[in-house]
Design a protein around this ligand. Structure first.
Ligand code: NAG
Length: 421
């Protein structure tokens, strides 16, 4: 009886939970220019890059895949949207969106920032305090990671794990889940790529244990594993000079002792020289092993079960730098329901990813064929032999690579580093 009753309560709770899922923010850009009334450009700087609404050069659905695309190279972008403020206390928090770097991104952010509701959107900039920063960041070959940064008591804390982001040109779905038990999960394309606990994967709190400041290694602690063998003595014939006069050297015929002084042969290294004598090493009978500093509870440490909690979450923003523009952001969702978010991901990204990939592949194939045709024409026009033809192809490839590897400017790197602190 009892278990049946429990089961009923349990399933009822589940049901309520799934009905109760709250969507705090959703943006799919399905209503033309109306997004401009919901998103605010910062005026903190006068030269922020402009976002435009487009589904890009290839897509799964020309309408549904419309999102905000960065449209100017080597610019900072600062755009944000407001929603009804809420607290994630006692509930899961899901932050989700899609990113498409269709430009073959060389260096630039693809992340979102979630801000407290008191953010002044018109003045949003790189140093504006945020709660959460989440999403991919790419720069050159070395930086290709997913940021997960939380603000805790006024300080930004970066995740200690390295999470690799996608670096191809297709649309990818990024999801961050925070739970009230202070665990988290990062998903890419609706698949878990990382998970863990706040305590393990960030340094929010000082360490639980520290080295006991009152403990000292005892004076007589012997941590020498090997010692000199007292029985060992230096052989009598050990000591030999390091250098000796060259026995093969001869006084030059024209040596004039009155003028040049007494002739001395040049010195050469002594083949019999054995160096400094050292006694044999033996095991130390008094060896006690390495001394381990005892640890004590850190008086500075006190657990905090509310690190995950953010009061009055109210703004989502795209505050980033891009060298080569063209990234499209779409399908933003902030919710407290993990399953609903997964559903939403399936219904948006999940539906259009296949056709998008197909269109991209068809375009690539067409381009490849056109190149081939072009090369063939060039071949018949000239009498070049094969060697030269190969050279030419190689040259073209190099050019393309150079195009995409434009290095970032120095002050931009500074800003990026700034961002993370
Ligand atoms: C989303 O799609 C995946 C793959 O098709 C599927 O395994 C999963 O159950 C779906 N999620 C939901 C919530 O329907």
């Amino acid at each position: 009886m009892r278990s049946v009753a429990l089961f009923t309560i349990f399933s009822a709770a589940l049901l309520i939970h799934s009905i109760d899922g709250t969507v705090f923010f959703k943006e799919q850009f399905l209503d033309g220019d109306a997004w401009k009334s919901r998103w605010v450009n910062s005026e903190h700087k006068s030269d922020y890059g402009q976002f435009k609404l487009t589904s890009g050069n290839f897509y799964g659905d020309v309408e549904k895949d419309k999102g905000l695309q960065t449209s100017q190279d080597a610019r900072f972008y600062a755009l944000s949207a407001r929603f009804e403020p809420f607290s994630n206390e006692g509930k899961s928090l899901v932050i989700q969106f899609t990113v498409k770097h269709e430009q073959k991104i060389d260096c630039g952010g693809g992340y979102v920032k979630v801000f407290p509701s008191d953010l002044n959107q018109a003045d949003m900039h790189g140093d504006s305090q945020y709660y959460i920063m989440f999403g991919p960041d790419i720069c050159g070959y070395s930086t290709k990671k997913v940021h997960v940064i939380f603000n805790y008591k006024g300080k930004n804390h970066l995740i200690k794990k390295e999470i690799k982001c996608k670096d191809d040109e297709l649309t990818h779905l990024y999801t961050l889940i925070l739970n009230p038990d202070q665990t988290y999960e990062v998903k890419i394309d609706n698949e878990k790529v990382e998970s863990g606990s706040f305590e393990d994967d960030w340094d929010f709190l000082p360490p639980k244990k520290i080295k006991d400041p009152n403990a000292k290694k005892p004076e007589d602690w012997d941590d020498r594993a090997k010692i000199d063998d007292a029985e060992d003595t230096k052989p009598e014939d050990w000591d030999k000079p390091e250098n000796i006069p060259d026995p093969d050297a001869k006084k030059p015929d024209d040596w004039d002792e009155d003028m040049d002084g007494e002739w001395e042969p040049p010195m050469i290294p002594n083949p019999d020289y054995k160096g400094e004598w050292k006694p044999k090493q033996i095991d130390n009978p008094n060896y006690k092993g390495a001394w381990v500093h005892p640890e004590i509870d850190n008086p500075e440490y006190s657990p905090d079960s509310n690190i995950y909690k953010f009061d009055s979450i109210g703004v989502i923003g795209l505050d980033l730098w891009q060298v080569k523009s063209g990234t499209i952001f779409d399908n933003f969702l902030i919710s407290d329901d993990v399953k609903e978010a997964e559903d939403f991901g399936n219904e948006t990204w999940g539906v259009t990813k296949g056709p998008e990939k197909k269109m991209k592949e068809e375009q690539d194939e067409k381009k490849r064929k056109e190149e081939e045709e072009k090369n063939k024409e060039q071949d018949t026009e000239s009498d070049d032999d094969e060697d030269e033809e190969e050279e030419e192809e190689g040259g073209q490839e190099e050019e393309e690579e150079e195009d995409s590897e434009e290095p970032p400017k120095e002050d931009d790197e500074d800003d990026d580093a700034h961002d993370e602190l």
